[in-house]
Each structure stands twice: as structure tokens, then as C-alpha cells.
Design a protein around this ligand. Structure first.
Ligand code: SAM
Ligand code: SF4
Length: 327
């Protein structure tokens, strides 16, 4: 079992499988001039499978694949198949923009993958295209509907972006009336490759809630898991739920159970910091299992208590893009 220096069990790995993406969401990446990692510096599929095995042996029981866009890796299903075969791994999930998942939905279902997070910041086509800088609206919409009708637990993640999609919040909450999904609103974080910096936000979780509350009655607060990053609600009579993720306000750090590993092997113990180390070459060396586990233990033994504490330790944290961190 992995226990950090603040006595928190770390059982959840967010594994980025690539830093590439077929969209260019303006809160995540600049439109161009992105410094993608060299191919040799990205884990191969065999390495991702081996790394997952090592991490599960060390006590990880939940893995979320993320990126960049995970499905730009054409061999991604190899990893899903491998994860599905790992005893001890209780929860396999993916965060995706839902542009490329279509052909894989049937196999994901047969592998028993249930939890799919879809990033969708607008249900209005124009707003969607403006934010993502691409025209994949129809494909995303079709895939989301297919995922819901196939019985996946679909969670839509929408970032509240001042001046860009605030008018989308209510229509997105309306979806929960008709579909059994969860729509979660995230606070924007200044991780967009350094193209935008800010120290405060207008649309924090309280402002988002107040906005929703003026449109709907009978909002019931739900009980959430202790390690959950979202505060969840249900509107009476609706099939689905909605949630708020204070990603900028960081009210959830105290119970953090996560570890992030980037597609190039950076070990990230907090979103608001710099990588603690890189394990790519260690994984590529002899007797890698033991060495990787030692390094992971060292990283976990040196975590900050909160994102605020971590942020103070480093300059230039916000030059990062989420596409390398994985969200
Ligand atoms: N491409 C996939 C997707 O968009 O779902 C996975 C990777 S994406 C980097 C993971 C998550 O990070 C997404 O939910 C996205 O909305 C979130 N994200 C990216 N940039 C962000 C930012 N500046 N502030 C808050 N969340 C951000
Ligand atoms: Fe790509 Fe996801 Fe970043 Fe959008 S949020 S640019 S889909 S990695």
C-alpha cells in the first residue's frame, strides 16, 4: 500500500498516455507553437502496460487514462485489455474529448470499462468550435449519446470560462433532466501552456452554484466519497446529477489520493507543482520493477499537504499545459 508523508493512502493513478491532441481547447493549449515531446521520450505501449502492472502491485487500485487525447494513440486498446486483466485493479476509467472513441465503444463495454469522463464545454455548436478550435461537434455529440445509451457512467466535465461559455451552464444542467449522466463544472486553472495567466477567477464553484440555483428549485446535496474532488447535487425529478469541482479554489487537497504520471514519465504528486522525478529511463533499465517502486515511494514520501503549499515551492508552475499533465 502507498501511504504519503501526510498519512494519506495513494491508490489512484492518473496515467497520461500521450501529450498529443486532435483538439486545441483554448484553456488547455495555445493555438500553435506547442512543444510536444519527442516520440522516443513517450512511453511505448509495452512500457505503459508494464508500468501499470508495477503500480498495481504497489497498491494502486484505480487507474484513469488521460493525456493529451488518449484515443489519438491507435494502440490504446492494448492498454485497456491489459488493465482489464490486472487483478487488484478495481476501477479503470478514461478522460476523453470523445472525438475518436466511437469505434472502440463496443470493446470498452465488453472489457467492463464503465466510467468515461467526457470534456465538453458547450452544447452550442458555435461555442464548442470557438473553444476547441476544431469542428468535431457532431462526432462528439453522437459519441456521448451512444456512450449513455450503452450504459456507461458518463460524466461531462465543463470548465466555466468567463466570457466564453457561461450561458452553456444551464443547458448542460438541463441535460440531467433527460439523461442519467453527471455534469460537473470545473473552475478554470491557469494551465494553458503559459498563454494566459491569472491569480483569481470570477467563476469559482460558489458563483457557479449560485448561478444554477437561480434557475432550478429543489436542489439536493448528495453525499460524496471522502476522496471525491466534486461536490455533487441532484435536482428533484432529474435522472442525472451535477457537480462542482473547485480545481482552482482547491478545497479538496486534504483528502487527495492521487498520483500522476505523464506520458514521458514525469512523476507528479500535485497538479500545482513541478514533477518530482522522471521514471522513463528507470523503467527502461534492468531490474526496473524494484527501482521504479523505490522512486515512487520516495516521491510519495515527499508530498505537499495542499496545492497552495506546493505552488509556493516552485516558480513557473503555470507555464505548463494540461496536455502534458493530464488534468
Ligand atoms: N483530452 C482529454 C480531455 O479533454 O478530456 C484528456 C486530457 S485533458 C488535459 C484532461 C482534463 O483537463 C479535461 O477535463 C480538461 O477539461 C481539463 N483541463 C485542461 N486545461 C484545463 C484548465 N486550464 N483548467 C481546468 N481544467 C483543465
Ligand atoms: Fe485536447 Fe483535452 Fe486539452 Fe482539449 S482539454 S486540448 S481535448 S487535451
Amino acid at each position: 500500500m502507498l501511504i504519503d508523508n501526510h498519512n494519506r493512502v495513494i491508490n489512484y493513478l492518473r496515467l497520461a498516455v500521450t501529450d498529443r491532441c486532435n483538439l486545441r481547447c483554448n484553456y488547455c493549449m495555445p493555438a500553435e507553437g506547442i512543444d510536444f515531446a519527442k516520440r522516443d521520450n513517450l512511453f511505448t505501449m509495452e512500457e505503459l502496460c508494464r508500468l501499470s502492472t508495477i503500480m498495481v502491485a504497489q497498491g494502486i487500485d484505480k487507474i484513469r487514462l488521460t493525456g493529451g487525447e488518449p484515443f489519438v494513440r491507435k494502440d490504446l486498446m492494448v492498454l485497456f485489455r491489459h488493465l482489464a486483466s490486472l487483478k487488484g485493479l478495481k476501477d479503470i476509467s478514461v478522460t476523453t474529448n470523445a472525438t475518436l472513441i466511437g469505434p472502440y465503444i463496443d470493446e470498452l463495454k465488453s472489457l467492463g470499462i464503465k466510467n468515461i469522463n467526457v470534456s465538453l464545454d458547450a452544447i452550442n455548436r458555435e461555442a464548442f468550435e470557438r473553444i476547441t478550435r476544431r469542428n468535431q461537434y457532431e462526432t462528439v455529440y453522437e459519441n456521448v449519446i451512444k456512450l449513455i445509451s450503452e450504459g456507461f457512467n458518463v460524466r461531462i466535465n465543463c470548465i466555466a470560462l468567463e466570457g466564453q461559455n457561461i450561458e452553456e451552464i444551464i443547458p448542460l444542467v438541463e441535460l440531467t433532466k433527460y439523461y442519467p449522466l453527471s455534469v460537473r463544472f470545473l473552475e478554470e486553472m491557469p494551465f494553458n501552456g503559459g498563454s494566459k495567466t491569472f491569480n483569481k477567477i470570477k467563476w469559482d464553484y460558489k458563483a457557479i452554484f449560485n448561478h444554477i440555483e437561480t434557475h432550478f428549485n429543489d436542489i439536493e446535496k448528495l453525499t460524496s466519497e471522502k476522496t471525491s474532488t466534486s461536490i455533487n447535487y441532484k435536482i428533484k425529478g432529474h435522472k442525472g446529477t451535477f457537480g462542482l469541482i473547485p480545481s482552482f479554489s482547491r478545497t479538496f487537497c486534504g483528502t487527495c489520493n492521487r498520483l500522476r504520471i505523464s506520458a514521458t514519465g514525469d512523476v507528479i504528486t500535485c497538479l500545482y507543482g513541478k514533477p518530482r522525478m522522471n521514471i522513463r529511463e528507470i523503467l527502461r533499465s534492468e531490474n526496473s520493477e524494484e527501482k521504479v517502486q523505490e522512486h515512487i515511494l520516495a516521491a510519495i514520501g515527499n508530498r505537499s499537504k495542499t496545492g497552495f503549499e506546493e505552488q509556493q515551492k516552485y516558480d513557473g508552475v503555470f507555464n505548463n499545459s494540461m496536455t502534458s499533465i493530464g488534468g
